[in-house]
Design a protein around this ligand. Structure first.
Ligand SMILES: C[S@@+](CC[C@H](N)C(=O)[O-])C[C@H]1O[C@@H](n2cnc3c(N)ncnc32)[C@H](O)[C@@H]1O
Ligand code: SF4
Length: 421
C-alpha cells in the first residue's frame, strides 16, 4: 500500500461474527506523509444510546426503551470503562479539553451512574482544569433533583432537547414531553447550571412565521446563554422519510432563518456557527473543537472518533447495536471499523468543519490540524475568494485568516465543494 493511502475500513460483518483484531498503536505510529508538529486538542465523546421513545425524524444511534433498568445501566457503564481502558494507549499523555455525554437521552441514566462514569474518566484521563462537561437531557426525563444531581456528579453544562414549546408541534414531532414539561426543564437548567444550552428546531411540519416568532419569544424569555436552532431535515431511514410531513417551502424556511437571526442578534446572542448562537463566554467548547478539526475519542455504542498521530489521522467507529457493543467492549474490542484518512480527503474534511464557523479560521490552523502544507488547500481557497465566498484577513502576517462571507455562509455546500479531491 502507498504511504498515506487510506486503509480499507475493517468491516463489521454480522453482529455475532468475531472480527479480526484491529491494528494497534505501532501501526498508527509508522511513517506516513502527514507532519503534525503537535497533536491537536483532544476531546472525549461518550454515547448513551437509549431514549424513552424513538422520534420519527431522528437518525441518531438511539433505541427506544420503556425502562432502562439499573442492571443494564451498570453493564453499560462497565462497557464504557472497558472501552476507555482499551483506548488509552492511543491517547497516552494527552489532556482532555472537554467531555460531551450525548445520545440518545443521557438524562435517562441515574445520576449515580453518571457519577461513576465521570469518576472512571477522571481516574484514567487527565482533564484540563475547568474542563467543560456537557450532558444532553430530554424534558421527558425531567425531575428537579435529577438535574442538580447531574451537576453534583460533575456535569458543568446541560443541553436540553426542547425542539418546540408548542404542544401540537411536539405531538407532530412524536416527542414524549409537552410544552409545560419543556418549560419546567428549561427553568430548572437555568437555575442549576451557570451555562446551558437549549435545542430548538424550525421549519417544522405546518409551522408559520408567527408560530416561530412565538417559539423564539418563549425560548428567549429564559435568557439561554446558548441556543442551538436546527432546520428540521428529513433523514433517510427515519419514519418521516417513509411518511413525509408537509414542511414549509424553501422561501418560508429562509424567511424563518432571517427572523431567528434578527431575534437572537437583538438579545446579544452571537451566531458563531451555522446553527449555534451564544453569549460571550458561553460558546460550546466541545463543538468548537470539532469545528476546528480537533481530535476526539468517541466511546459508546456507534460512537465515532478521530485521532491524530505524528504522521497520520485515524477514524474509528464502535459497534452500533447496544447489546453487541456491550459484549464486545467488555472483551476489549469495542471498535468495529477504523480507517486512516486519505491525504487527499483532508482539505475537504477540514473545510467542512472550519467554514461552518462565522469567524472562519487562522490559516496556520489548516497545517496544525491536518498535518498538510497550506499549498494543499491554496488553489481552492483562491477560487473561493474570486467567487466572493470567503474574505481574507491580515494577509501576509502571522495572523492571516479566512472567513466565509455572508454569501459563502448561505451557500456553504457550494463553498466546501470547492475542496473536493
Ligand atoms: C441527539 S439529540 C439530543 C437531545 C435529546 N435526545 C432530545 O432529543 O431531547 C440532538 C439534537 O439534534 C437535533 N436533531 C435531531 N434530529 C434532527 C433532524 N432530523 N433535523 C434537525 N435537527 C435534528 C435536535 O434538536 C436534538 O435536540
Ligand atoms: S429523544 Fe433525541 S436522540 Fe432520542 S430519538 Fe428523539 S431526537 Fe433522537
Amino acid at each position: 500500500m502507498k504511504p498515506g493511502a487510506a486503509l480499507p475500513p475493517v468491516m463489521a460483518a454480522s453482529g455475532e461474527a468475531p472480527s479480526a483484531p484491529l491494528p494497534g498503536l505501532e501501526h498508527h505510529l509508522r511513517p506516513g506523509t502527514l507532519r503534525f508538529a503537535a497533536p491537536p486538542p483532544l476531546a472525549l465523546y461518550v454515547h448513551l444510546p437509549w431514549c424513552l421513545k424513538k422520534c420519527p425524524y431522528c437518525d441518531f444511534n438511539s433505541h427506544g426503551t420503556a425502562a432502562l433498568d439499573d442492571a443494564t445501566q451498570a453493564r453499560y457503564i462497565d462497557a464504557l470503562v472497558a472501552d476507555l481502558e482499551a483506548s488509552l494507549p492511543l491517547v497516552w499523555g494527552r489532556r482532555v479539553v472537554s467531555v460531551f455525554i450525548g445520545g440518545g437521552t443521557p438524562s435517562l441514566f441515574a445520576p449515580a451512574a453518571i457519577d461513576r462514569l465521570l469518576a472512571a474518566v477522571r481516574a484514567r484521563l487527565p482533564l484540563e482544569p475547568g474542563c467543560e462537561i456537557t450532558l444532553e437531557a430530554n424534558p421527558g426525563t425531567f425531575e428537579r433533583e435529577r438535574f442538580r444531581a447531574f451537576r453534583d456528579a460533575g456535569v458543568t453544562r446541560l443541553s436540553i432537547g426542547v425542539q418546540s414549546f408548542d404542544d401540537a408541534a411536539l405531538q407532530r414531532l412524536g416527542r414524549v414531553h409537552d410544552a409545560a414539561q419543556a418549560r419546567a426543564a428549561v427553568a430548572e437548567a437555568a437555575s442549576a447550571f451557570d451555562t446551558w444550552n437549549l435545542d430548538l428546531m424550525y421549519a417544522l411540519p405546518g409551522q408559520t412565521l408567527a408560530q416561530l416568532q412565538a417559539e423564539l419569544d418563549t425560548a428567549l424569555s429564559f435568557a439561554p446563554p446558548h441556543l442551538s436552532i436546527y432546520h428540521l431535515t428529513i433523514e433517510p431511514n427515519t419514519l418521516f422519510a417513509v411518511q413525509p410531513p408537509e414542511l414549509p417551502d424553501d422561501d418560508l424556511a429562509s424567511e424563518m432563518l432571517d427572523l431567528l437571526a434578527a431575534r437572537t442578534a437583538a438579545v446579544g446572542l452571537q451566531r458563531y456557527e451555522v446553527s449555534a448562537f451564544a453569549h460571550e463566554g458561553h460558546r460550546c467548547l466541545h463543538n468548537l473543537n470539532y469545528w476546528s478539526f480537533g481530535d476526539y475519542l468517541g466511546i459508546g455504542a456507534g460512537a465515532h472518533g478521530k485521532l491524530s498521530f505524528p504522521e497520520r489521522v485515524l477514524r474509528q467507529v464502535r459497534w452500533r447495536e447496544p447489546a453487541t457493543y456491550m459484549a464486545r467492549a467488555l472483551e476489549g474490542r469495542a471498535v468495529s471499523n477504523q480507517h486512516e484518512l486519505a491525504r487527499a480527503d483532508l482539505p475537504l474534511e477540514f473545510m467542512m468543519n472550519a467554514l461552518r464557523l462565522k469567524d472562519g479560521f487562522p490559516l496556520r490552523l489548516f497545517t496544525e490540524r491536518t498535518g498538510l502544507p497550506l499549498s494543499a488547500a491554496l488553489a481552492p481557497l483562491q477560487r473561493a475568494r474570486e467567487r466572493g465566498l470567503i474574505d481574507w484577513h491580515a494577509e501576509g502576517t502571522a495572523d492571516e485568516s479566512v472567513r466565509p462571507t455572508a454569501r459563502g455562509f448561505d451557500f456553504l455546500s457550494d463553498l466546501t465543494a470547492l475542496f473536493m479531491p
